[in-house]
Design a protein around this ligand. Sequence first.
Ligand SMILES: NC(=O)c1ccc[n+]([C@@H]2O[C@H](COP(=O)([O-])OP(=O)(O)OC[C@H]3O[C@@H](n4cnc5c(N)ncnc54)[C@H](O)[C@@H]3O)[C@@H](O)[C@H]2O)c1
Length: 246
Amino acid sequence: MVLQGKMAIITGAGGDLGRGMSLRLAEKGARVMVNDKNLDKALETVNLVVNQGGQAMAHNADVTKAEEVREMVDQVIREWGKVDILVNNAGDVRDALLIKMGDEDWDFVVDLSLKGSFVCARAVAPHMIEQGYGKIVNISSMAYRGNVGQTNYVSAKAGVVGLTHALGLELARYGINVNCIAPGLIETPKSRTLDEKTRERLIKMTPMRRMGEIIDIANAVLFLVSDVSKYITRQTIHVSGGMEGF
Ligand SMILES: NC(=O)c1ccc[n+]([C@@H]2O[C@H](COP(=O)([O-])OP(=O)(O)OC[C@H]3O[C@@H](n4cnc5c(N)ncnc54)[C@H](O)[C@@H]3O)[C@@H](O)[C@H]2O)c1
């Protein structure tokens, strides 16, 4: 129970990877604030955590809205007394080739991944600074190195790596670790809808010749939010079966 007594906020945790992270961190003793704009999905995750014997609550703050995020953090402080862990996981795609990409596609993706991570980090930082302890994990993607049809997503996810470097530097003196995970191709209900040809091509690009599992990402998060990694900060871990870019 390496996370016994720790309070965590995981954004986008009604989704596939965030749900896996919530279950893993709760299994190790953390209480989890399951954030998702979609409250029904957040509540489903809360139920799964509670069914495995853990503690969780849900909040449907939109991570791009500072006021809603502040309310969520206030609720954690009010009910659980502190916040130790933030995982900035909420993210989505709106793919299009550059010349066809609309301003709204750019704004949606960059706001969600990059601004959302900044807004959430800014909201928890005063509490973490005060207690001299905190773990922030930002979820990027191996796409941060470039991918066709994803200028918005690539820029947002590269921005998340930059945000990790900047926050890590600024917060290190307060005992706050800030790291980043870049998942490769992960087997989720969404990736199962890929057509067979694309799937095969992507697997061929992966040295381990298979897709990763949700638990692989959850385990990397667990490592970075526990104290076994306490001297690691400002790093990006590629959880990608050796795949280093598209
Ligand atoms: N699944 C993969 O293979 C993969 C690979 C690389 C990176 N990633 C990254 O991992 C993260 C999670 O991916 P996933 O596959 O679980 O996605 P997902 O779509 O299953 O989950 C994302 C969740 O975020 C929520 N969300 C969307 N906008 C929000 C907002 N404004 N505020 C709060 N919540 C919001 C959605 O409702 C959804 O439940 C994302 O950042 C994604 O870019 C995923």
